[in-house]
Design a binder for this molecule. Structure first.
Ligand SMILES: Cc1ncc(COP(=O)(O)O)c(C=O)c1O
Length: 594
């Protein structure tokens, strides 16, 4: 663009008080009009084509003036059509629109010459704090730390044992805890080196910890052995895999759905007068409950819909699913600290499609009470929309500490408002400690006539053929055993107690024991003030970089302002590891106080 044109363009825009962005918006609106009139979306190229047209306008003062002066769409279309013109443009609106659309199609091949293939807009807008930059930092440290360990082991003159074996044994000892690992290393390396070296050992204080956070219950192991092993005539033990090798039905292995059905009848959630064949259309087994929740989002939530989350903080999976679909996340404001009908009403809109209740709660550690259901039911009634599905995420169902008792929230909701459509997602992951087998499911309750989405849900499941059969077996055996399959919550409580005791010694940190689930959500407002670190994300990164452990920043659990004063710790690491974490955290705080 030469200088005289540039200055006249600026003048034209300036005298009309219009910015380049305003112009871009007008052009985009015109191109959107073309899309609608021709019924041919420009799709992912819309922004680029808009930018090209804007550039052309900015290079031609007469066109720009004409474009801005015109009050009629026809004139604007004529100007834009001219830019694409290979055919003579008539004055008829329809011809111009068709010519512009054809012109757009002709320039698209020129826009696809870059070898860099970008992800879709939908996937690009997803952030997921739980597996975000902090975990990546710890990954990086872990690689370097283990490389240093290998080097040290290999530089020993008297080495008899292979360093790979030593590292493998050391790694496995994470399950025993920090002290056991340290003691083990002292058997190979100079103690004075081990002290400092272990202080730098990266620790993941996250559920993605790649060792079982707790062993399966003995009764559960026995049940799985009985299910998966057989003896032949000579007494040899075999894995009996044949029934699990084909795809199962998309509704799961024949044994699974009846067990879920029976349990839901017992809880008063499934109608006892509905036949099993009718009922099963409400049921979808899945690879973990995350997949089930994703499928529910798939069929219920689209761009510009609203999703209401009832927690003060909410598990990042929901935000990711909301972002993925271009929907809006709305949280209950919790003014005065309590959830009330008024506060839920502030979050609900006519566009609300899902309302999520997660108890026991990740990351909050609390369990929902009946009162919550009363409040939500009343707010839904006042709001009046019949398009809301209430999703109960029971990933941590049954996992309570001490004498804390869970109310059966979905069951209460069915009793209070039988006409409400609800969904319940369940998982074998956390409650049995079998995360990797990916067993989960979702079930819909309420008037089936109002659930036209069940057909699409069935298709969504069928596209994935079936959830993995091992996950289904784990679910079935866990359901048969009931509480006996549950992880040992009292052992986890002991670990949590140690952690809380240590965390309370960190300046500026407040923490309450969790009522259920696997996390404590620390209040670090005071610590932020003492150290001048102003966001939870920065605090989490500093702790990772300087104290070598990875936690999740509170801001990763939704936009509630209070979340940025929090961070999440898992409670289940071995006691000596929890002590080491407390030590490192306290030392970091003291070192960084202003
Ligand atoms: C609240 C909540 N819901 C659902 C899930 C999904 O777990 P899974 O896919 O293993 O069932 C998780 C996992 O962390 C969770 O914390």
């Amino acid at each position: 663009m030469d200088v005289p044109v540039l200055s006249s363009v600026i003048e034209v825009l300036h005298t009309r008080g219009i910015s380049e962005e305003d112009l871009s918006r007008q052009v985009k609106a015109l191109l959107s009009f073309v899309e609608i009139r021709t019924n041919q979306p420009i799709g992912r190229y819309l922004d680029t084509v808009t930018a090209i047209v804007v550039q052309k306008l900015l290079q031609d003062v007469d066109s720009l003036e004409g474009f801005l002066n015109s009050t009629s769409v026809d004139v604007q279309l004529g100007i834009v059509a001219n830019f694409f013109n290979e055919v003579a443009v008539s004055e008829k609106m329809n011809d111009m629109v068709v010519a512009i659309r054809a012109g757009v199609e002709r320039i698209i091949p020129g826009l696809v010459s870059s070898p860099v293939i970008t992800a879709t807009r939908d996937s690009r807008r997803v952030e997921y704090a739980v597996r975000g930059p902090i975990e990546q930092e710890i990954d990086k440290q872990e690689k370097a730390w283990y490389a240093e360990l290998r080097e040290k082991l290999e530089s020993r003159g008297d080495a008899v044992e292979n360093s790979d074996d030593i590292i493998a044994k050391f790694f496995a000892l994470r399950e025993e805890g920090f002290d056991a690992q340290k003691e083990f290393l002292v058997g190979y390396l100079i103690p004075s080196f081990v002290d400092g070296f272990m202080e730098r050992m990266p620790i993941r204080v996250n559920i993605g910890n790649s060792f079982p956070y707790t062993r399966l219950s003995p009764a559960f192991i026995e049940a799985l052995e009985a299910r998966l092993l057989t003896n032949d005539d000579s007494g040899r033990v075999h894995l009996s895999l044949d029934p699990l090798m084909p795809y199962s039905s998309s509704r799961g292995l024949p044994e699974l759905a009846p067990l879920v059905h029976a349990k839901l009848i017992e809880r008063g959630i499934a109608p006892s007068d509905e036949s099993f064949e009718e009922w099963i259309e409400r049921f979808v087994p899945s690879n973990g409950s995350s997949e089930a929740i994703a499928m529910a989002f798939d069929v219920l939530v689209e761009e510009h819909d609203d999703v209401v989350m009832t927690g003060r903080a909410n598990y990042s999976l929901y935000s990711a699913q909301i972002q993925r679909r271009g929907a809006n996340e709305r949280t209950v404001p919790y003014e005065g600290g309590e959830i009330t009908v008024e506060s839920v009403l502030k979050a609900l809109t006519p566009r609300t499609r899902l309302l999520i209740i997660n108890s026991p709660n990740n990351p909050g550690g609390y369990i929902g009470k009946k009162k919550l259901i009363e409040v939500v039911a009343e707010a839904l009634k006042i709001n009046g929309s019949k398009q809301v599905t209430v999703l109960f995420d029971e990933a941590y169902g049954g996992m309570t500490f001490g004498d804390k008792v869970e109310d059966d929230l979905p069951s209460y909701m069915v009793a209070l408002c039988p006409d409400q459509v609800i969904a319940i997602s369940d998982s074998v992951s956390k409650k049995t400690g079998a995360l990797g087998v990916r067993g989960g499911n979702i079930y819909f309750a309420g008037p089936k006539n109002n659930m036209s989405f069940l057909k699409e849900l069935g298709i969504a499941r069928a596209i994935g053929l079936c959830p993995n059969t091992f996950g289904q077996v784990f679910q079935a055996e866990a359901l048969k055993l009931g509480e006996a399959a549950l992880v040992d919550m009292s052992a986890l409580q002991d670990r949590m107690d140690v952690l809380i005791d240590k965390l309370r010694q960190v300046p500026g940190v407040k923490v309450e024991p969790a009522e259920g689930g696997l996390y404590v959500f620390l209040d670090v407002k005071g610590l932020k003030g003492l150290t001048g670190v102003d966001t939870s994300a920065k605090l989490a990164m500093r702790l990772a970089e300087e104290s070598h452990f990875s936690i999740v920043n509170g801001s990763g659990f939704g936009g509630h302002p209070d979340n940025d004063n929090r961070i999440r710790f898992v409670v289940f690491l071995p006691e000596s590891t929890n002590k080491e974490l407390g030590r490192r955290f306290k030392e970091w705080a003291e070192r960084n106080m202003k």
